[in-house]
Design a protein around this ligand. Structure first.
Ligand code: PLP
Length: 453
């Protein structure tokens, strides 16, 4: 029986990423407020935020300092844009700060409002810059199966998940998908992680050769795949992949939308995964999700190509009304200052061994085929048979059941296919990590009993 608010919700809100057939019956969990790593529903029941919202509320809820900086900026200058000769201090200061923190040398930052817009911008820049450089045939972008890069037409095309493509008539032309670096699922029998990574790099090499290296412009990758099910590539994967990219003059785009700002124990996931990207997309933890803001960081050679193109054709025709919105930029800048002042990355590094040990311990659970993760992000994959890795059929709905039972236990986690993802706020304490995994273990136990009924 739905509450009045739930009934009004399902009658009027078209929910993103939801089963629109079952939602009206099931209703939604309506949250009212948050405090630290907890959120509360309309009955006041607390939930440990095991997913940091959608991989984004790094500082948790109730940071008064971010509320105040937003209010101050709103009082002073709630809006100004960056088009045609205008600018403002929050955007300038934030771009400078991002340049200082970047894992590879960057020249400028292009501001967007979401990760999808950032990756859309990446694709447009690849096309535009290659036209500007006089190689208009070099336009294809290779992403990966199970990658998640967003939902606009371009970034949904880059995303390598079927439900982002089917019936949307996607992907668009010029996008290719390479193999997914998930050893547990895609390694050949007996293949080591190192051999698996070497094989995937050889396959990418062959794929680029088959396409024609002069037609392939870029390879885009999340350091650790998030919404595809938290997939951590083998350690040697990116160094091997980058050898191939360098050989064919294919640039590397790092999608740091989840991994950026401490998630893997470094400022950027690229550093943790030994990637040297040419360009970087950031969003989510950039503002700890207090306001929407994202960015694309570009190196000198792209910056120069853009300037040369403007010398030829005039205006660079790309930009959003809210690119570098002053309130969002002020909040993002303060967020980055808090990460530094409170040594959030040091805190994360200190917690990682405990978090990963508690995650790995779940591999012994009868339902769990693989427990995987890096930094403060992880997933457990439920299987019908641990020995053969046989998956549950989609109708069995075991992963959604675990999520529903976790919710009863007062824990929010997320089902992605057969994986259950965890990605808590970076400010979580060791005791709260224990609370998270105790609750998840109880949900798994109850799901096992339910599956056996
Ligand atoms: N890239 C990655 C790695 C993401 O995880 C997401 C969202 O989860 C996006 C891009 C898209 O970001 P947004 O939902 O802000 O458009």
């Amino acid at each position: 029986m739905l509450t009045n608010l739930q009934a009004r919700d399902v009658a009027t809100v078209l929910h993103p990423y939801s089963n629109l057939a079952t939602l009206p019956r099931q209703g939604t969990l309506i949250l009212e407020r948050g405090d630290g790593v907890h959120v509360y529903d309309t009955d006041g029941k607390p939930y440990l935020e095991g997913m940091a919202g959608l991989w984004c509320t790094a500082l948790g809820h109730g940071r008064q300092e971010l509320v105040e900086v937003a209010a101050e900026q709103m009082s002073k200058l709630p809006f100004a844009h960056l088009f045609s000769g205008k600018s403002h201090d929050p955007a300038i200061a934030l771009a400078e700060k991002l340049k200082e923190l970047a894992p590879t040398p960057i020249s400028k930052v292009f501001f967007c409002n979401s990760g999808s817009e950032a990756n859309d911008t990446q694709m447009k820049l690849v096309w535009y810059v290659n036209n500007a450089l006089g190689r208009p045939q070099k336009k294809k972008i290779i992403s990966r199966i199970k990658a998640y890069h967003g939902v606009t037409i371009a970034s949904a095309s880059l995303t390598g998940l079927p439900n982002n493509h089917i019936d949307f008539d996607l992907p668009i032309a010029g996008v290719r998908h390479a193999a997914c670096p998930h050893h547990y699922r895609f390694a050949h029998p007996g293949e080591s992680e190192v051999d698996f990574a070497t094989r995937l790099a050889a396959e990418l090499d062959a794929q680029i050769e088959a396409e024609g290296p002069d037609t392939v412009a870029a390879f885009i990758a999340e350091p650790v795949m998030g919404a595809g099910g938290v997939i951590v590539p083998p350690e040697t994967y990116y160094p091997k992949i980058q050898e191939v990219l360098e050989k064919h003059d294919v640039m590397l785009i790092a999608d740091e939308v989840i991994c950026g700002f401490g998630r893997l124990g470094e400022w950027f996931g690229s550093t943790a995964m030994e990637m040297s990207p040419d360009t970087i997309s950031v969003a989510k933890a950039l503002s700890s999700a207090y306001l929407p803001i994202a960015g694309v960081m570009i190196p000198e050679w792209i910056d120069e190509a853009l300037i040369r193109q403007s010398e030829k054709i005039g205006v660079f025709g790309h930009g959003f009304t809210y690119s570098g919105h002053p309130v969002a930029a002020a909040v993002a800048l303060r967020t980055l200052e808090i990460y530094e002042r409170e040594n959030i990355i040091g805190h994360v590094r200190g917690l990682i061994p405990h978090f990963q040990a508690r995650l790995q311990a779940l591999a012994d659970h009868p339902l769990v085929g693989e427990a995987r993760g890096k930094g403060l992000v992880g997933a457990v994959e439920v299987v019908a048979d641990k020995a053969t890795k046989r998956a549950f059929g989609p109708k069995q709905g075991v992963a959604p059941k675990v999520v529903a039972l976790a919710e009863q236990e007062g824990l929010i986690v997320r089902a992605i296919g057969d994986a259950i993802a965890v990605c808590p706020p970076l400010v979580i304490t060791e005791a709260q990590v224990d609370e998270l995994f105790d609750k998840l273990a109880r949900a798994l136990d109850r799901a096992e009993a339910w599956a056996g009924e």
